[in-house]
Design a protein around this ligand. Structure first.
Ligand SMILES: [Zn+2]
Ligand SMILES: [Zn+2]
Length: 164
């Protein structure tokens, strides 16, 4: 969504509210397209004492699969999108500062970037997910399978000694 920033930069105390939906259904993450419903982006741009602050939040649900056992899962996120908007940089090196080169500012790339930076590298159905048996494919969260457990090679030597 485009925000017309010129009035905000020119008027101390002015704030602009926004509340819209961002379609990320084409975006891939971890090999799938988990944004099956739109992201809701809600917040405001405000000029307080000459400093223009963007404060907003992106709320969305990811529909994906557990990284370990591949069961389907949905997880809700609320990612803060908060930056200070400036029309020129002095010599600060600050990730929070966003340089505006056009008063007609497109919020979407910034929201998208903040969302992707915040996503965990992998999602598990639960923290202690046991995954699937590599031999029979059973979901081990539902109980153990009847495959013989792989034996630690050091124990295998011991077992051999005992067997002889
Ligand atoms: Zn799992
Ligand atoms: Zn098994």
């Amino acid at each position: 969504m485009f925000i017309e920033l010129e009035p905000v930069f020119n008027n101390i105390g002015l704030s602009l509210d926004f509340d819209y939906q961002l379609d990320l259904s084409e975006c891939e993450f971890a090999g799938s397209r988990p944004f099956t419903t739109p992201v809701r982006v809600k917040g405001r741009v405000r000029n307080s004492a000459g400093i223009v602050e963007l404060s907003s939040e992106a709320v969305f649900t990811l529909s994906t699969r557990c990284d370990r056992c591949a069961v389907e899962l949905e997880r809700k996120f609320a990612v803060p999108v908060e930056h200070t908007l400036v029309t020129h940089l002095n010599h600060e090196d600050n990730d929070e500062l966003i340089l505006i080169d056009n008063f007609r500012f497109d919020l979407d790339p910034l929201v998208r970037e903040d969302i992707f930076l915040s996503l965990p590298a992998k999602l598990l159905c639960r923290e202690d997910c046991k995954g699937i048996c590599p031999r029979c494919g059973r979901n081990l969260n539902e109980g153990p399978c009847s495959c013989e457990k792989p034996v630690d090679p050091r124990l295998a030597v011991l077992k051999q000694l005992l067997d002889n």
